[in-house]
Design a protein around this ligand. Structure first.
Ligand SMILES: [Zn+2]
Length: 89
């Protein structure tokens, strides 16, 4: 740096605490637990969940990124976020 100072600010990474949970819901049979499905589908077979692996790697963890893919036969899935605190126990 040409400005005559050295940055001493340390970057502190806050621990990531998710506030929301993503819900993938089948509008045909009402299955709301599809976000937890790695590969498979809902109870009525309308929605299919798959995994698509990325061609790039996470250089930090050396893991392959993957994406969740959703396809449907008849009814479109509902995808939305809900606050954890709004969830019923
Ligand atoms: Zn279904």
């Amino acid at each position: 740096m040409g400005l005559g100072f050295i940055s001493k600010v340390k970057e502190i990474e806050d621990e990531y605490v998710p506030l929301y949970r993503t819900i993938i819901e089948c509008s045909s049979c009402g299955d709301k637990e599809l976000m937890k499905v790695y590969k498979g589908g809902c109870t009525c077979g309308n929605i299919q969940i798959n995994i698509l692996e990325s061609t790039s790697k996470d250089s930090y963890n050396n893991k392959i990124f993957s994406f969740k893919t959703i396809s449907y036969k008849k009814e479109e899935p509902l995808i939305y976020d809900i606050l954890f605190e709004q969830e019923l126990p």
